[in-house]
Design a protein around this ligand. Structure first.
Ligand SMILES: [Zn+2]
Length: 348
């Protein structure tokens, strides 16, 4: 009986190992970008001959190119082979978006092999990716791409872009993206705060009310807004006072320049637990907020582990309304709004 049991066990183990090997091989075959089927290569050879673009000097390259009929295959071959791209690199190019392919057409040969596989790869930024990777070779390529796309390779406030649609719930306002001086949300509402009524966008107020009900019910505390919407001139006064006290460099780490404050969107809210005296939130208040804000469509906008991305010191009291779906992804994947927009919203 004992022997039978162990034989059974061995058989099960063998079946599991064989199964895993088969699955691994299958996975590798389907995910290895360099494995090209002979059938597709034959199609490529037939295609170049049929279209009278066969050139003897690219014979070896044709033999590595996987035929595709859903893109401008012919144009890609005649454009990129003469630029010096190898057969396998043509396969990489075929995976790019039309926008990236068009940008690449305007450039001399560049090595895209480290980047082509990432959906937020932007051909425009390739020189900056290479430079940034040289300076930070501990970062993986996906991080290099994202960080450069969100401009971490440039000094703060370098040529900030003007936000196109301040009313967009996913509006990104930071040290590289600023609102117009006159931007003011059209749907401001008022929530009662510690120091009086606090203006914020209607949708943020509704979500805040739900958050406040939940935190009361779940850990029996109050979280009240101190400020939310702040207009350009108010931010201007705040920032200039900080600069007078601490200088520009220090002020920039904790206060936004006018136009570049998320508070001007009406979607950012600073919270305080009214019973705390020395801090706005204590550790247990923040622990709840960090794990639950997303349920109401809010994110912690300036977490402690992301200062190098957000450009701000930790502010555990500053929440930002982004909507439930976005807030959940940002929470679950431990992202910042900057990373989320680059990975999930922007099209390259
Ligand atoms: Zn704030």
């Amino acid at each position: 009986m004992k022997l039978k049991k162990s034989v059974k066990m061995i058989l099960i183990i063998i079946v599991v190992i064989v199964g895993a090997l088969v699955m691994y091989k299958y996975y590798k075959r389907n995910n290895n970008p360099n494995s090209v089927s002979q059938e597709k290569i034959n199609e490529t050879l037939k295609f170049v001959k049929d279209n009278n673009i066969y050139d003897e000097k690219y014979k070896e390259e044709y033999e590595k190119i996987e035929y595709q009929d859903d893109k401008d295959f012919k144009d890609i071959l005649v454009t990129f082979l003469p630029k010096g791209y190898k057969g396998e690199e043509i396969n990489y190019i075929l995976k790019l978006s039309d926008t990236n392919i068009n940008k690449l057409k305007d450039k001399d040969y560049v090595d895209i092999s480290n980047y082509y596989n990432y959906k937020n790869f932007n051909v425009d930024n390739i020189d900056r990716y290479n430079k940034y990777h040289e300076e930070h070779n501990d970062y993986s390529y996906d991080k290099v791409i994202t960080y450069v796309n969100i401009k971490l390779d440039l000094p703060v406030y370098t040529d900030p872009a003007t936000v196109k649609d301040g009313n967009d719930l996913l509006v990104l306002v930071n040290k590289y993206n600023c609102l117009e001086k006159g931007y003011r949300p059209s749907d401001l509402d008022y929530a009662s705060g510690i120091y009086g009524n606090v203006p914020m966008r209607k949708i943020a107020k509704e979500a805040l009310t739900k958050l406040q009900e939940a935190v009361k019910k779940e850990i029996d505390i109050e979280l009240l807004p101190t400020t939310a919407y702040r207009d350009y001139s108010f931010q201007s006064t705040l920032y200039n006072n900080y600069v007078k006290e601490d200088g520009v460099a220090a002020a920039d780490t904790y206060s936004a320049r006018p136009g570049c404050s998320e508070h001007q969107t009406g979607l950012a809210i600073d919270l305080k637990n009214p019973i705390r005296t020395d801090v706005r939130l204590n550790e247990s208040d923040y622990a709840w907020l960090k794990e639950n804000a997303y349920r109401f469509g809010f994110i912690i906008r300036f977490p402690g582990n992301k200062e190098f991305i957000t450009g701000y010191q930790e502010e555990n009291w500053h929440i930002r309304y982004v909507g439930m779906d976005t807030a959940k992804i940002i929470h679950d994947e431990d992202l910042t709004l900057e990373e989320y927009i680059d990975l999930y919203v922007n099209q390259y």
